[in-house]
Design a protein around this ligand. Sequence first.
Ligand code: MG
Length: 377
Amino acid sequence: MLADQLPLPYNEHKRNTSMQKRIVAHFDMDAFFAAIEERDNPRFRGMPIVVGADPQRGSGRGVVSTANYAARAFGIGSAMPITRAWKLAQLAQQRGEPATIFLPGSWRRYNESSDRIMAIVKKLTPMMQQRSVDEAYADISHVGSTEAATALARKIKEEIAATEKLTCSVGIGPNKLVAKIASDFDKPDGFTIVDESAVEQFLAPLPVRAIPGIGPKTEERLKEIGVATIKDLYRQSENDLIEKFGSWGEELYRKARGLDDRPVMEEYVRKSIGEQQTFPKDVSDAGVVIQTMSEVVRSVFSLLQDKGYTGARTVVITVRFHDFETISSMHTVKETMVDSLTVEREAIRLLLPFLDMRRNPKKKPLRLVGVRLEKLE
Ligand SMILES: [Mg+2]
C-alpha cells in the first residue's frame, strides 16, 4: 500500500485533509521567572538570580523555582533545595563572583506575562497546546514545508521578544517529542529545526536524559545496561527494554526513534488557581494551621478575582506532613462560592480531619498547607 493511501488516524482526519507532512513547533521561554525579574528590575541585569523559597541565610526550606543562566553557571538549578543553592552562591562569591540575588517570585506578573505570550502563539497558529506556564506546542503542518514553518516560528519568536522583551527557545520537528527535544537543544535563545529525515541523526549523540520523561532513576537503570546516549538506547531490542522496564520499555524503544503520534490538542486547560505555604518550622498547633490555611485561602481568592473570575465550585486542599507524606482532599459545592469566607469555611472543614485522629492518628506535625480552587466561574 502506498503511504498516501493509508488511512489517517482519527485525531488527524479533521486537520489533515491530504496526507501532508506533520510539523510541530515547541516554544519554551528561557529561565522564565528569572528573566522576568531581570527585565523588570534593571539593577538586577546580568546578575545571578534565583527565584524560589527564602534561603534564610542557608537554613531555609523549599526549593529553587528558576535560576537564570548566570546563577546556573554556579551549578544552581530548578528544583534544587534552596539551602544547596545558597551554599553554591556563597562559594561562588568566595571565588570573587557577584552575589546571587534570591527573590520570592511574583506569580501575578509571571501569569500576566504568560497569558500575553500564549495569546501571541495562539494568534499566529491555528492549533496550539499550552504545556505549562512558559511552554507551548503548535501544530503548523498547514504551512506545508519546513521552510515555511521556520518562517512562521521565527515570526512568533520575534513577536514575543518585541512585546515581552523576553527570549524563548524554539524547536521544530515532525512531532511533539522531537520538537521539545529540539527546543531544549540550544538554550537560551535557540532555534533548532529537525527535519523528519534527520530525526535519528539528531537524536543519536544526545544523552538519554534529553528525552522528556527520562529522569535520574531511568538514567541510572539504563546506565546499568550500558546505555548513555540515545544511540545506545536505539540499539537495544524492544524485548530487552520491555523485560527491564515493562510498558515504559516499549515507550523508550519508540522515543529512541523519535516516534510520537500524540496530537497537538487545544486541551481543555484545567482552569485552577492555587497557592501553598510551607511553615518555617513543622507545626502541630491546630490554631496555627487553621490560621495559615485562612490566609492562603484569602490570598488565592483575591488572585481569582484579579483574574476576572467571580467564584469557584471546587476547593482542593493539600497537606504535607513533616515526613513529606502529602494528601489532597476536595469538595465540590452546588452553588458557586463567591466570597472568600465561604471558601475558607469549606477549606477548614476539609482540613480538620488532618488535625485530629480521623486522618492524623499519629499526630504528625505539618510541613505545608495549600489550597486550589477549580471549576472557576
Ligand atoms: Mg522554560
